[in-house]
Design a binder for this molecule. Structure first.
Ligand code: ACO
Length: 375
């Protein structure tokens, strides 16, 4: 099949996977056989990671040893910490710091696909949290092995133990974004490992793909619209004006999900549980109102397009509710998606072939080489 320019491999099947199934027509996401709505709000992130890496949920004893295996791999080498310090001095973004630090996870270890996968999943919170603290003028906090993965992420960022409500909210978020079919970063990871390169290289390449604004790199704007609207009574006029000027409403519409984005529903429920005190609740209620108004006006402006709320809308609200600044949104996404990246890399290693598509050559033919001074 010859691809049209800019076709972007849409609808091309490039792998078989048991990891996740994205059904855009039905608005369903299945992770390792479980509906997202069933799994994400209940499971620990360690359980979901185990499911992706091993193909089934762990029993209590397997879960306990998997948790120990992850917790024991949280520590960063002094070389990684000093590289993060150097990056902080030059003020690079958190996602770039993660991109720079990820390859150092191979230091002091022997390459091994399974161990690389666990190390990458385990170490991301320490990299992101340590770097954020260094960048904002704080010392990184020591790694703790007694906290759950999600609690440890928040501990590494804020330097204090989160409450159960915050931990549950982050856990649900990490579970919700852990895998999503053959998205660009996951495909990148599979391409890299398909050359029989290593899992750390696959994860590093995937971070590079994720940071682009067409993938995970532009998560703030949905929240900005809610802040701009400020009061429910301003919602209709502001949204109407945006649509009239041809602006797209951030957090709405999806290439694949045409009925609903199941991740938005799961994250909306998680945000509902997180935003508890009265002042926080006001922002949550405003966001809900903005969402309803936007859906109504989108249907009016684009009838039949079935533009629904997407994952970005409630991601922004949930992560903001956890106190995470916008700069940490994409790295937090990476901390969840790394479970999928590593599981895909291992699946590709086990079952895949070298990924090597064709390109349609559209350049010149028959040219003859001339020395530079005769061109
Ligand atoms: N606001 C207003 N109009 C929209 C929106 C939106 N959010 N989304 C789509 N439309 C309109 C388009 O203008 C187009 O109208 P037209 O045919 O009259 O020109 C029609 O709906 C179809 O749009 P497409 O661009 O063909 O839809 P596509 O599937 O390519 O785009 C996308 C999906 C990029 C997500 C789009 O809906 C969008 O830009 N949304 C806003 C940005 C956003 O929320 N991004 C995060 C997505 S979540 C994720 O990918 C992780």
């Amino acid at each position: 099949m010859s691809a049209a320019p800019g076709y972007g491999l849409e609808s091309v099947v490039a792998a078989s996977t048991k990891l996740s199934r994205v059904d855009g027509q039905a608005g369903r996401l299945v992770i390792g056989g479980y509906e997202l709505e069933d799994l994400a709000p209940q499971a620990a992130f360690e359980e979901v990671s185990y499911l992706l890496l091993h193909g089934s949920l762990p029993d209590s004893s397997d879960l306990a040893s998997f948790k120990r295996a992850l917790a024991g791999r949280r520590h960063l080498t002094s070389a990684t910490i000093s590289l993060l310090g150097e990056a902080a001095r030059s003020g690079v973004s958190v996602i770039d710091a993660l991109l720079i630090a990820a390859p150092t996870l191979r230091l002091g270890r022997t390459e091994d696909p399974g161990d690389d996968a666990l190390t990458a999943i385990a170490a991301f919170p320490a990299i992101v949290g340590s770097y954020w603290r260094l960048k904002t003028g704080h010392e990184p906090v020591a790694v703790r092995e007694d906290l759950s993965h999600a609690a440890h992420f928040l501990y590494q960022v804020f330097g204090r133990e989160p409450g159960p409500r915050q931990t549950r909210a982050l856990e649900t978020y990490l579970n919700t974004v852990c895998d999503h079919g053959l998205n660009a970063s996951t495909f990148t990871a599979r391409v890299i490992i398909s050359t029989h390169s290593d899992v750390i290289s696959a994860v590093t390449g995937a971070i590079g793909a994720l940071k682009g604004p067409l993938h995970g790199g532009a998560p703030g704007p949905a929240l900005e619209m809610v802040f701009e609207i400020e009061k429910a009574e301003r919602a209709e006029a502001i949204i109407r004006a945006k649509l009239a000027s041809g602006e797209r409403l951030m957090g709405f519409g999806h290439r694949v999900y045409k009925v609903r984005d199941p991740r938005a529903d799961v994250l909306a429920a998680a945000a509902d549980a997180l935003y508890e005190d009265e002042q926080e609740r006001q922002l949550y209620m405003l966001a809900k109102y903005v969402e309803q108004t936007a859906l109504r006006l989108l249907e009016e402006a684009k009838p039949g397009r079935r533009l629904q709320t997407n994952v970005e809308f409630y991601t922004a609200l949930l992560l903001h509710g956890l106190g995470l600044p916008v700069e940490l949104f994409t790295p937090t996404f990476a901390a969840g998606r790394v479970a999928g990246w590593t599981a895909h890399a291992l699946e590709q290693l086990r079952e895949g072939r070298l990924i090597r598509p064709d390109a349609n050559y559209v350049g010149g033919l028959g040219l003859k080489f001339e020395p530079a001074d005769q061109r």
